[in-house]
Design a protein around this ligand. Structure first.
Ligand code: ZN
Ligand code: ZN
Length: 146
């Protein structure tokens, strides 16, 4: 990951959850169009990576075990999505960029599950792309989760 060391602060819609990123993170969100991310986000799922030891969160964080190896977290008051993360303690956070004002100017890094994207969500530009088959050949994934 790029070693961007700017400190970031973010919050959910209601403000009950605050998140601080103080350490390594990659200020280039990736997009995922898998069926799980579509259901969870309502359409387009965006996240950026931050090292586990860089992230701290306060407030009513609620966790949902979305697969055998990962969790998705959201605010227990307003329901804003916060992050997705593998369960190992050293795993990086995949944080929702919309929580952070600083994310406004960040470029898109990559897009995965491009072949299951909804017709209403087609992303232009020169970022890296992978279909479901291309992604699943290289990464741990949920069987039938697309
Ligand atoms: Zn909230
Ligand atoms: Zn996904």
């Amino acid at each position: 990951m790029d070693e961007a060391r700017t400190q970031l602060s973010g919050r959910c819609l209601c403000g009950a959850v605050t998140i601080r990123v103080a350490g390594a993170h990659d200020p280039r969100p990736g997009a995922c169009h898998c069926r799980m991310c579509q259901r969870w986000s309502g359409g387009l799922f965006l996240c950026f990576e931050a090292a586990a030891d860089a992230v701290s969160a306060d407030g009513p964080v609620t966790r949902y075990r979305s697969s055998g190896f990962s969790e998705r977290a959201f605010c227990g008051v307003c329901g804003s999505n916060l992050w997705m993360r593998d369960l190992e303690s050293e795993s990086p956070y995949e944080l929702m960029p919309g929580l952070f004002d600083a994310a406004r100017d960040w470029p898109l890094r990559s897009e995965i599950y491009t072949d299951t994207a909804m017709a209403s969500v087609r992303l232009k530009g020169e970022h890296a792309r992978a279909t479901r088959a291309e992604y699943e050949a290289r990464h741990r994934h949920v069987e039938g989760g697309a």
